[in-house]
Design a protein around this ligand. Structure first.
Ligand SMILES: Nc1ncnc2c1ncn2[C@@H]1O[C@H](COP(=O)(O)OP(=O)(O)O)[C@@H](O)[C@H]1O
Ligand SMILES: [Mg+2]
Length: 225
């Protein structure tokens, strides 16, 4: 669970062109569920996600993750936390071009044992990839398949929190929905945070947080989404 208090993020702090990316708001996020973050470009969505996931450190304010103050952690502790508890999916899949689908998933596994390989295959299978596709390279697969492989890679270590920044932005609608349905099922037991421009892919979200100009402008829960 995240408890964000009065979070502020200022870029170019030392310069005259300061940018207030996050401007002091509170937010509480639960242990599980699919949470959408929506808002125009430049409204602070990515900055918020990077602060929550310890990729960036806010200028001011507090972020508690399961009671632990994230802004107090050193680089090594942040790295450990990311490796052990967080998974990441970005707009671009960042798959290794010369590796097969299944090897791209295993590459992120804590160990490269036979069980890791079996788990990688079962994730790909549950995401709708055919056995004949496991050994194909990214270039031989569709955008949606590549992104599902990237999600499988992000899930191989069973992260407590899955952070996804515009995961469907490069996909057509059909592929976007396939990717969302994978994340929807993961959100039954874990927290999945999805940034998007596209409201239509958040129909199944438990909650939608709307951002505007560095702050949370509206929040909607469950049925009203
Ligand atoms: N590394 C950076 N240095 C300076 N300004 C930045 C940096 N990253 C983001 N910004 C600025 O912070 C604001 C919020 O950006 P961002 O969090 O990327 O928004 P979003 O993801 O909603 O598009 C924008 O004005 C953006 O230009
Ligand atoms: Mg962004």
């Amino acid at each position: 669970m995240f408890e964000v208090r009065n979070i502020t993020m200022i870029y170019n702090m030392e310069q005259s062109d300061k940018v207030y990316a996050l401007s002091g708001f509170d937010l509480t996020l639960p242990d599980k569920g699919l949470i959408g973050i929506i808002g125009p470009s430049g409204s602070g969505k990515s900055t918020l996600m990077y602060c929550l996931s310890t990729l960036k450190k806010p200028t001011d304010g507090s972020i508690l993750y399961n009671g632990k103050e994230l802004t107090d952690l050193n680089d090594h502790e942040r790295e450990e936390l990311r490796r052990n508890e967080f998974g990441f999916v970005f707009q671009r899949h960042f798959l290794v071009p010369y590796m097969s689908a299944v090897d791209n998933v295993i590459v992120a596994a804590a160990d490269h044992s036979v069980p890791a390989k079996e788990k990688a295959k079962s994730l790909l299978e549950s995401f709708g990839l055919k056995k004949s596709e496991y050994n194909k390279r990214p270039a031989q697969l569709s955008g949606g398949q590549r992104q599902r492989i990237a999600i499988a890679r992000a899930m191989i270590n069973d992260p407590e929190v899955l952070f996804a920044d515009e995961p469907t932005a490069a996909l057509d609608h059909e592929n976007a929905f396939a990717v969302m349905s994978v994340m929807r099922s993961y959100a039954e037991s874990r927290l999945v945070l999805v940034i998007t421009h596209d409201r239509s892919i958040l129909k199944q979200a438990d909650r939608v947080i709307e951002m505007w100009d560095g702050t949370v402008s509206t929040e909607r829960h469950g049925d009203s989404v």
